[in-house]
Structures are given as structure tokens and as C-alpha cells.
Unconditional design. Structure first.
Length: 208
């Protein structure tokens, strides 16, 4: 069992976070983190085997919860009859994205690390994961609409991916540029209206 000094453990997380924020994962080092605390690297290795394990502790839970919640929203939506999906899509879209923005800002530092500092880690393509969830859900919805007699426009997967990717990149730009929460919420409301109007037009449904 590793020795635990609770103050050092907390200080280590804070020092690691600052090191990653300033230098990115690839530029950060255990030596640099130890220097911030005026301790030896050996003291750090009692807690973490390497800098990746430290980075993981800082971001894993918020990243996982956001992804799992987003998957659940899409899964619950897909389980509804297609008529209900078409009728509730505007509300589901609004509620889902509102929750995501609030959650991101409740865990701002973790998502700042993911968006700006994660190159070289398993979180480097995190936005791509969210994008693929959106793309797959959109494709399934359009197929179900066609089977039910609706006439959405013919969209290929590449275009759907472009739209979904730009939406998520816009969402996380608020984090990249340290936008205050209230301003980010306002911007995302406008961005959501912009993208939703386009999607509803392409799907041939009303957003009102």
C-alpha cells in the first residue's frame, strides 16, 4: 500500500494541473511538477507511475460522465416511436445541449485540459467521440423517418459529420478561450438555434 500524505496528494493534483495547463501534456514532466512543489520526483512516483496516470485522474471522471450522459440521452431518444422523436426533437436538443454546457462549466479545468492540453493522451480525440455519437444518432433517426414515410433530405455521412463536428467545436471554443459561464450559455443558445434550424430544415420538421 502506498503511503498517503493528503496535503501532498492535493498539492500534487493542483501542481500537475498547472503544469499541464501551461505546457500541455507533451511538454509537461514529472520533474517539472516536482519542482513546483519543491519535492523529489521520487515523492511523486509514490502516487503516480507517470504523468499520464496523473493527467487521467484530473480528467477521467468528468470526461466519462459527459460521454455516458450524452450516450444515454441519445439512446433514450432513439427508443421512442419515430413520431414522438420528430415531435420532441427540438426540446430534446435544447435540454441536452443546455445540460452539457452547464456540466462542462461545472468541471471547467478538466475540460480545459481535454480541449487544449491533451495531445498525446487517450483524450486527444475526445471531441471526435462526441461527434460520432451525434453522427450515428442522426443517421439512425433519418433511416427511421424514411421507413415511417417522412421525407428528410438525402445527406451523406460526411456532411453529417461536418455539421456535428462544427457544433461540438463551437461548444468547446467557449472553454478554449476562457469565456465566462453566462456569456458561454448565451453564445451556445444562439449557436444551438442556428444549428437546430438547419437540421430541422434538412429533416423536414418544424422546430417551433
Amino acid at each position: 500500500m502506498r503511503p498517503v500524505n493528503e496535503k501532498l496528494a492535493a498539492d500534487l493534483l493542483e501542481a500537475g494541473k498547472q503544469e499541464f495547463l501551461e505546457k500541455g501534456f507533451q511538454g509537461a514532466s514529472m520533474r517539472g511538477i516536482a519542482s513546483r512543489l519543491s519535492v523529489t520526483t521520487g515523492a511523486l512516483y509514490r502516487y503516480y507511475t507517470d504523468k499520464e496516470s496523473l493527467f487521467d485522474v484530473l480528467v477521467e471522471e468528468p470526461a466519462r460522465v459527459l460521454e455516458e450522459r450524452y450516450r444515454a440521452i441519445q439512446r433514450n431518444f432513439a427508443d421512442q416511436p419515430v413520431k414522438d422523436q420528430v415531435q420532441t426533437l427540438p426540446e430534446v436538443s435544447d435540454e441536452g445541449h443546455s445540460w452539457m454546457v452547464e456540466y462542462i462549466y461545472d468541471h471547467f479545468d478538466a475540460f480545459k485540459l481535454i480541449v487544449c492540453c491533451s495531445a498525446g493522451t487517450r483524450y486527444e480525440h475526445y471531441l471526435d467521440v462526441l461527434t460520432e455519437i451525434e453522427v450515428n444518432s442522426s443517421i439512425v433517426l433519418m433511416e427511421k423517418m424514411k421507413e415511417a414515410g417522412y421525407q428528410p433530405e438525402e445527406l451523406d455521412e460526411n456532411l453529417i459529420h461536418m455539421v456535428a463536428s462544427s457544433m461540438f467545436n463551437g461548444m468547446f471554443e467557449t472553454v478554449r478561450y476562457d469565456m465566462p459561464r453566462e456569456k458561454a450559455i448565451s453564445y451556445m443558445n444562439s449557436l444551438r438555434e442556428f444549428y437546430s434550424a438547419g437540421w430541422f430544415r434538412l429533416l423536414g420538421i418544424s422546430g417551433s
